[in-house]
Design a protein around this ligand. Sequence first.
Ligand code: 2RA
Length: 346
Amino acid sequence: TQYNVAVVGAGAVGEEILRVLAEHHFPAKSIKVLARSARTLTVDGIDYQVEPTTAEAFDGVDIALFAGTEGEKGAAVTFGPDAAARGCVVIDNGADFRMRSDVPLVVPEVNAAALAEHKGIIANPNCSTAQLVLTLKPIHDAFKIKRVLISTYQAVSGAGGAAVNELQAQTTALGEGRQISSAGPAFPVQIAANVIPQIGGFDDAGYTSEEMKLVHETRKILGDDSIAITPMITARVPVFIGHSESVYIETEKPVTPDEARELWRNFPGLRVVDDIHSDDPSLRYPTPLAAAHKDTTYVGRVRQDLGNKNGLTFWVVSDNLRKGAATNAVQIAEALVERGWVKRGA
Ligand code: 2RA
């Protein structure tokens, strides 16, 4: 069977979705690209005629991958439910539907079974959640995780094209010895040669929306609200592609670094890079530069807590535009196809 596919949104994630659909040889009978305004979009030498997003554009579409604007006036809220009503299965990359009880929030390697319950809309998790839950799932199943503390170091591409351009311009200015006049518009302060400990707005407790996504989405995907999760920081770093995370977990039963690495080596989508004494630096630990443009999530720097045998700390790196967005969305579509669940109530 082949499927009529629509990609909504022609930004960094939309483009990456088109790239991944082609790379994965997704069984698409047709692919239409929808965005606010018509134009030609070229991805890896393939020209796509971008059409304006309208309700009618979803007629005849089987699978719609949304990577457009979020929020009450965004593409997903405006067109998603209606597209589902027209018989489309909507896979939304944004945050609008993630916590709705009738919307599966899915990382296929972790909870593909949740797809069986879809009512037409499926949500992709936030980029920093996707790479995290891949590492937590096998350990939670074997040793039961009681607590997670996490700090993230997130690439600017997570904030869109303008943010990438801002880092590029500021980096060039630094390289040429020019003063960086003012920050913005993408970031409140200079991002080049700096670290910004804020992604998203603050709540009354002083946590950001990005930090609270880690709490709520991780619990929903693992199906366990008993896990205590403290997002210590979600920070923006002067990296173009690739989110890095420093994770500490406390488990009910002690888990050694060797046991953790063995579980991760046998978990789909993960690769262990943890040979700290290797002569080849690229084998000692994962870095965002090495992870960029790949679908794989990398884990390394695995250590037992110095004061608590039930504590384990490690480092996780993944391309935020791939497993963090486009690849996970395409993998959800692939999982639906494999299971014959494209049409809801299947
Ligand atoms: C970010 N996770 O990195 C958010 C949205 N992609 O900015």
